[in-house]
Design a protein around this ligand. Structure first.
Ligand code: F6P
Length: 539
């Protein structure tokens, strides 16, 4: 394993200067409506067929010249070499001295580093999952995954997304929060004999997970479960097999320190997914991700979807100054996708120093947020259309549903298309004036004043990702697409996308405050924290 030499900082490259000039000359005043009017081939030129995902980038504030300079930026920042280093297992996570080899978890046997170990655990895990799925023999009807962050969000996103493939006799539940309001109501509905707990934790030391696992164990024993049955009703997915053994767990599916938490759903952390959808479908999930890996590694830069999305993210963040991106999956099964993407992108790229530890003078991760469509339309889309901030939106549409409600599905798709169109097109005051007054409009307001309220600036960018169907394969490809997109923007910014030191300080301070809540000692604390502790302890 080797480390990769640090390339030139992005803001010191010729391409960055060219992009800054291009933004001043054309980017700031770029108008999507004019761009479409000028170029009948814009949709064809700016849409890309990647494995399982068709992407329409044409409603973004980009043109051929923008892409040209962005691709130069990728070159100047050594993107190709960084990508090769990622796949080769070089030490791309410098501060932890590790590779980030999530791509190896979904590579066919013999085609990536650590293949023997990866496939041995995969086989064992899938065999085990099939055994539990034989519910007549196993007696298990409820799976409870206890984990947090990367040991929760991936399976919690994927299981409902693939509900159409799920075992009808197995309910999969997720407990993550150390707030007892998470596990307590769930346990009330369960019976030990029918329940399998998965303790999912890479480190097997995370406070929330260990606390919830202890509660689950105590509940199991106090509700008729026997000590001797712990081994059958508790399993672990962890890189710390000794920790799991100390807990009394005898069935452990391991993984390795080179699997980052937020990149771990392809590893043993995917056990809840395998239990829900079965071995063959889990393999399809891996195959879809692998197809996207190959696309990212091999497709020419100008047609490489993760690369282009990552570069457009840089364009928006650093030149347009957009601070967030909203994700709107028009599929109820993808309701947890925004939460999953928050960790993926913000924990990966929410960094303020480069790999050498130098503070960077440019912005990094945007805020990523969202809700499924159409729900979001009736909540925050008002702000997307008429607020003072421009927020690029990502629409995810799925052509074929797995239900038979064709009319509902047509309405869903039409809504998604309409929102993207409205963001781009907007509506002038003149157009508003020409329309019949909505019944809710006041009769006591001047038509011109009302028209101002009903004006939409338009020219608001969006990307549409289109899947044929939401299958294990297409979900795998979609998630890998996001992983590589985040890698791309992180690589341009020259940051380490694979560490997460920012979560440590709060953990340490919690360790100090927990005993103070019991003792009441506030010595040495700031007045606010001391005051809050006193208030919490007041009888
Ligand atoms: O909160 C930080 C973090 O380390 C995440 O990166 C990780 O996914 C999560 O905690 C859970 O960690 P573990 O799997 O070790 O319990």
């Amino acid at each position: 394993m080797t480390t990769t030499p640090l390339p030139q900082r992005c803001d010191r490259t010729a391409a960055w200067a060219a992009l800054a000039g291009h933004y001043e000359a054309h980017g700031r005043s770029f108008d999507l409506r004019e761009a479409f009017a000028r170029d009948a081939g814009r949709f064809a030129a700016l849409s890309i067929d990647a494995p399982e995902v068709f992407a329409d980038l044409s409603k973004n504030l980009i043109d051929t010249a923008t892409l040209h300079f962005l691709l130069d930026l990728a070159d100047d920042c050594g993107l190709a070499a960084r990508r090769s280093a990622l796949f080769a297992g070089d030490l791309v996570n410098g501060t932890e001295g590790r590779p980030a080899l999530h791509t190896a978890l979904r590579a066919p046997r013999g085609q990536a580093p650590f293949s023997t170990e990866v496939h041995a655990v995969l086989e064992a895990m899938l065999d085990y999952a099939e055994g539990v799925r034989d519910t007549a023999a196993s007696g298990i009807h409820h799976i409870v995954n206890i984990g947090i962050g990367g040991s929760d969000l991936g399976p919690q996103m994927a299981v409902p997304a693939l509900e159409a493939y799920a075992h009808p006799g197995l309910a999969v539940h997720f407990v993550s929060n150390v707030d007892g309001h998470d596990i307590t109501p769930l346990l009330r509905r369960l019976r030990p004999a029918e329940t399998l707990f998965i303790v999912s934790s890479k480190t097997f030391t995370t406070q929330e997970t260990m606390a919830n696992a202890a509660v689950a164990r105590a509940w199991f024993l106090s509700h008729g479960g026997r000590e001797a049955d712990i081994g059958r009703h508790f399993v672990a997915a962890t890189a710390n097999t000794a920790g799991a053994a100390a807990f009394g767990i005898t069935t452990t599916f391991g993984f390795w320190d080179w699997v980052g938490g937020r990149y771990s759903l392809w590893s043993a952390i995917g056990l809840p997914i395998a239990l829900a959808i079965g071995a063959d479908h889990f393999r399809e999930l891996l195959a879809g991700a692998h197809a996207m890996d190959r696309h990212f590694a091999e497709a020419p830069a100008a047609r490489n979807l993760p690369l282009l999305l990552g570069l457009v993210d840089v364009w928006y963040r650093n030149f347009h100054g957009f601070t967030s991106r909203s994700v709107a999956p028009y599929h109820q099964g993808l309701k947890r996708l925004p939460a999953y993407l928050q960790q993926l992108e913000m924990e990966s790229n929410g960094k303020r120093v480069d790999e050498a530890g130098e503070a960077v003078p440019y912005a990094t991760s945007p805020v990523v947020w969202g809700e499924p469509g159409t729900n979001g339309q009736h909540a925050y889309f008002q702000m997307l259309h008429q607020g003072t901030d421009v927020i690029p939106v990502e629409f995810i549409l799925v052509k074929h549903p797995t239900h038979a409600q064709a009319e509902l599905h047509a309405k869903l798709l039409a809504n998604g298309l309409a929102q993207a169109q409205a963001l781009m097109q907007g509506q002038t005051a003149q157009q508003a004036l020409g329309q019949a007054l909505p019944p809710t409009a006041s009769k006591n307001i001047e038509p011109a004043a009302l028209a101002a309220h009903r004006t939409f600036p338009g020219n608001r960018p969006s990307t549409t990702l289109l899947l044929e169907s939401l299958t294990p394969r297409s979900l795998g490809a979609l998630i890998a697409l996001y992983e590589h997109r985040v890698f791309t923007s992180g690589a341009v910014w020259g940051i380490n996308s694979f560490d997460q030191w920012g979560v440590e300080l709060g953990k340490a301070l919690c360790g100090d405050l927990l005993p103070r809540l019991a003792s009441g000692s506030t010595a040495g604390l700031d007045a606010s924290t001391a005051g809050l502790i006193a208030r919490l302890r007041r009888a």
